[in-house]
Design a protein around this ligand. Structure first.
Ligand code: GLV
Length: 328
C-alpha cells in the first residue's frame, strides 16, 4: 500500500524526519529555503498532510488550491496562522503542540522580565561599548522583582507557570486578568488574585502578556492601556505580535510613560517597528521563548504524532477542530 504524502514545511530534527519517513512519503524543506506563498502552495500539491510552523499561513486560499490536504500539524502552541473556520469547512484537521513547552516558555518569560526590569542588555551594550570608566550610585538602577506586584494578562498554562515562579520564587504579589476566572484551587496554587483589566494595568509593577492572539485580542495593549500603566512599570510580551500596538509602545518607551519593555514577539515579525530599535529601554529577542532543544524536540515529536495517529485512523493527541475527525 502506498504511504500518504506529507510536506514538512521547515527544517526540523533529523530524528523526527526519520520517524515520519517510516509512515509517510515525506517531502521536507531540510535546507530551510524561504518559500514564497506561491512556492508553499506548489510544494503542498498532492500532499495529504503538512507539518507546519507558526509562520505558515493556512487559509481558505491555500485550502482551495490544495484540495487533497487532510491535516496540518503545527509545531507551536499558538495557531493564529490557521484559519480554523476555513479548515473545518474544508474538512481539514488542525492540531497544535501545547503543554510540552509550558515550563520552558514560563522560564523564558521570567528571564525576559528580569532582564527588562534590571536593565541587563542595556548595561551590557554600555559595557561592550567601552563606556564603563567609573562607578555611580544610580548606574543602570532598575526596579525590583522580589516583593513587587506581578500582573499577568492571559492565565492559561504558561501564565500560571509565570505566576508560580513569581509568587513562590520571588515573593511577588500576583494579580491576573483572563477571559474566565480560574477556579479557587488553581488560584490558590498560583497564589494569584483575579482583577479587572483596568486594575491590572494600573496596579502591576511588571505586566506579562501571555494571552492567545485572535482578532478579539488584537492591540489589547495600545496607547490607552499604556497610559494607564505606572511610569515605573515594565511590560513583557511573550504572547504574539499584534497583541501590543508596537507603534504606540515605541512612543511610550521613548516618552518614558512606562519604564521598559521586554519583547519576544512583534507585529509583522521578523520585521520590527523601527521605533523599537532606537529606544534603549527595551530588551528584544527573536521569538525564542520555547527555544531549548529538548522542548523543541518535544514540540516536533508531538506534531509528528498528530500526523501519525491521524493517518492510522486514531484520534490525534491535540486536535483543534476534532469535529472534522472520522475515526475508524
Ligand atoms: C510559539 O510561539 C508557539 O506558539 O509555540
Amino acid at each position: 500500500m502506498s504511504k500518504p504524502k506529507i510536506l514538512v514545511v521547515r527544517a526540523i530534527f533529523a530524528e523526527v524526519i526519520a520517524r515520519l519517513d517510516q509512515h509517510f512519503e515525506v517531502e521536507s524543506n531540510q535546507n530551510d529555503e524561504s518559500w514564497s506563498r506561491a512556492e508553499l502552495i506548489e510544494h503542498m500539491q498532492g500532499k495529504e498532510g503538512a507539518f507546519t510552523t507558526g509562520g505558515d499561513r493556512i487559509d481558505a486560499e491555500l485550502l482551495a488550491a490544495c484540495p487533497q490536504l487532510r491535516i496540518c500539524a503545527n509545531m507551536a502552541v499558538g495557531f493564529n496562522n490557521f484559519d480554523i473556520k476555513a479548515m473545518t469547512a474544508a474538512g481539514v484537521l488542525a492540531t497544535n503542540a501545547p503543554d510540552v513547552l509550558t515550563e520552558t516558555t514560563a522560564d523564558f518569560g521570567f528571564a525576559l522580565l528580569m532582564a527588562t526590569a534590571r536593565r541587563i542588555t542595556e548595561s551590557e551594550h554600555f559595557l561592550r561599548a567601552g563606556k564603563w570608566n567609573k562607578w555611580s550610585y544610580d548606574m543602570f538602577a532598575g526596579s525590583d522583582i522580589h516583593g513587587a506586584t506581578l500582573g499577568i494578562l492571559g492565565m492559561g498554562r504558561i501564565g500560571q507557570g509565570i505566576a508560580k515562579r513569581g509568587a513562590h520564587g520571588f515573593g511577588m504579589k500576583v494579580i491576573y486578568h483572563n477571559r474566565s476566572r480560574l477556579d479557587a484551587a488553581l488560584e490558590a496554587e498560583c497564589k494569584a488574585g483575579y482583577v479587572s483589566k483596568e486594575v491590572l494595568l494600573k496596579t502591576a509593577d511588571h505586566l506579562v502578556l501571555v494571552l492567545p492572539y485572535s482578532p478579539a485580542s488584537h492591540h489589547s495593549i495600545g496607547a490607552a492601556e499604556l497610559a494607564l500603566m505606572k511610569p515605573t512599570a515594565t511590560l513583557v510580551n511573550i504572547a504574539r505580535g499584534g497583541i501590543v500596538d508596537d507603534a504606540a509602545l515605541a512612543i511610550a518607551l521613548c516618552n518614558r510613560t512606562i519604564a521598559a519593555a521586554g519583547l519576544d514577539v512583534f507585529e509583522g515579525e521578523p520585521a520590527l517597528h523601527p521605533g523599537l530599535l532606537t529606544v534603549p529601554n527595551v530588551v528584544l529577542t527573536p521569538h525564542i521563548a520555547s527555544a531549548t532543544l529538548p522542548t523543541r524536540l518535544a514540540m516536533a515529536s508531538l506534531a509528528a504524532r498528530n500526523l501519525i495517529e491521524f493517518f492510522a485512523g486514531n484520534r490525534p493527541p491535540t486536535p483543534l477542530n476534532p469535529e472534522v475527525l472520522v475515526l475508524k
